[in-house]
Design a protein around this ligand. Sequence first.
Ligand code: IMP
Length: 200
Amino acid sequence: MPTKATKRTARVKPGQREEETLRVLISHQRIRERVRHMAQEIRRDFPNEPVHLVGVLKGSVLFLADLARELGGEVSFDFISVSSYGKGMDSTGEVKMNKDLDVSIEGRSVLVVEDILDTGLTLKYLLRLFEERKPKHLRVAVLLDKAERRIADVKADYTGFVIPNEFVVGYGLDYDERYRNLPDVCVVRLGPRGKTKIEA
Ligand code: IMP
């Protein structure tokens, strides 16, 4: 279900940058509740098994940390780094590996943990890569799904929120490496006059 934006806004001025406006789309409270339910769903599917979380750096870090704590049972994690976006909001459409996993996933119940599914090109690349490594199970959990932007034929097994086609930051997601530490997921918009003004 598409999420509803709240009216809460605020202003900060971190330096001489373009005008940016942040609007809370999903509050931290809603994220916490949804992550708890997702963890329950995942544990229902893997009741007695160790689950190996594979986080896609860097955007998934906060989501993975919360999900791991809610999952209970035996959980391990590892991280991979790929880039599909340059600076700013536009995708290059290319996926490049920056850092591979530290340990083998062969024979493990693997849950890929992604911040957001946009075109799906990153996830498609990762699933192809991981399938070749013969995991016992390969599932995907995404916090956010911009379903209308999909190009690649992929879908997540566990989805937090389906969101509209807006650029979002917070709870791990960035705009030029900023805003990852915001507790809420916010829509970011560039202002009309290229002036420094950020509302959050
Ligand atoms: P995809 O390959 O187009 O599905 O893009 C996946 C990656 O693009 C995500 O893991 C994010 O790092 C980045 N991305 C896509 N949409 C957004 C957004 O709205 N905000 C921040 N990052 C995004």
